[in-house]
Design a binder for this molecule. Structure first.
Ligand SMILES: [Zn+2]
Length: 342
């Protein structure tokens, strides 16, 4: 369950209450979540087995796919067992396991979890005396999101949207929060609607990682805004990340810009993030993004000034006035004055 209270404080502290306004975003959080867990090539030698553990909750569904790739006459046994029963299963004793015995080619089944606990997926080649097997192994955990997490997630994104609504002028759009491993489309969506991957968002909310939470949102928001404003680079991830850095500077939180670069760097180690790329995220691999963000942070002036020209025509009057009265480090009061209403 994701608690909300710290976010209200953190958000208020980040933006200052003066930036908050009444927005109109519909935030749609899917209550059916489906995360990819394992997604790898595996190799199991003769008389061997492999096991992969996963923590599951009551009534979750674990979807298991094993596609055997080596040779026409190969087979594997794939079992899901409570972790403490694997030993009994392997010893041939009685064990409450569920799966598919000596199946060829594609093994695919769903396991409905009978109680909370640690489970093992056992890929068993112990029946084979000489044949080595290679396979593609993928699992998904599908579960029902609890109401409190659904509501809190909705509140966090509505608040981020409202905060930016006080900074920029743009048409309404929707925010979808769902598993990026799931290809379900939520249509019809308003033009410019964005999708936040719950695989990434939930851990960020749980751990109160504001730099990553805001940065991911600003990145998607950046694609959307630049598109609304007719900027040709709207689809560029580099530009969207520059937009992230820009907003952090605009709200006086350079520390979060640095935190965002660090967050993107560690994504290379995050299995959930890997699952998101696998399922066709348009974002390039994080190492490349992190390098580019670091480069922007080392010498921000040129990027900031080119974005001033793109963004100032779309700032609210309140923010233009603030830039004139008290410019942030890369603010341009003379340019801001050009967009003030008479
Ligand atoms: Zn992107």
């Amino acid at each position: 369950m994701i608690k909300l209270q710290p976010f209200f404080f953190a958000l208020a502290a980040t933006f200052g209450l003066s930036f908050l306004s009444a927005g109109h975003a519909d935030v749609l959080v899917s209550d059916q979540q489906r995360f990819a867990y394992h997604n790898k090539q595996i190799e199991v030698g003769p008389n061997q087995y492999r096991q992969y553990q996963i923590q599951l909750g009551l009534n979750d569904t674990l979807e298991v796919y094993v596609e055997i790739q080596s040779g026409r006459f190969t087979d594997l046994t794939v079992m899901v067992c409570p972790a403490d029963q694997v030993e009994d299963y392997l010893a041939g004793n009685s064990a409450v396991c569920f799966g598919s015995v000596k199946q060829r080619n594609l093994i695919q089944f769903d396991y409905v979890v009978p109680q909370d606990g640690l489970y093992s997926v056992v890929i068993d080649n112990t029946h084979a005396a000489v044949t080595n097997k290679t396979a593609r192994f993928i699992t998904y955990r599908k579960w029902q999101l609890d109401e409190e997490t659904t509501n809190n997630t909705r509140a966090v994104y509505a608040m981020l949207y409202d905060a930016l609504d006080g900074v920029f002028i743009y048409p309404d759009f929707d925010i979808f929060v769902n598993s990026c491993a799931d290809d379900v489309l939520f249509l019809p969506a308003k033009k410019g609607s964005i999708r936040m991957c719950s695989e990434l968002a939930f851990p960020l909310m749980r751990d109160e990682q504001l730099a990553g939470l805001y940065g991911d949102f600003f990145h998607e928001f950046g694609h959307s805004m630049l598109g609304f404003w007719g900027v040709p680079e709207a689809d560029s991830d580099k530009r969207a990340d520059e937009f992230v850095v820009y907003i952090f500077y605009l709200i006086g939180r350079e520390d979060l810009a640095l935190g965002f670069a660090e967050y993107i760097e560690v994504q290379t180690l995050n299995p959930q993030a890997n699952a998101v790329w696998y399922h066709g995220s348009r974002h390039p691999k994080p190492a490349q993004r992190a390098r580019s963000i670091r480069r922007t942070l080392r010498s921000p002036a040129a990027v900031m000034s080119s974005l001033n020209g793109i963004i100032y025509p779309h700032l609210t009057q309140d923010v233009l006035n603030e830039i004139i009265a008290d410019p942030e480090p890369f603010g341009d009061p003379a340019l801001a004055r050009q967009y003030l209403d008479e």
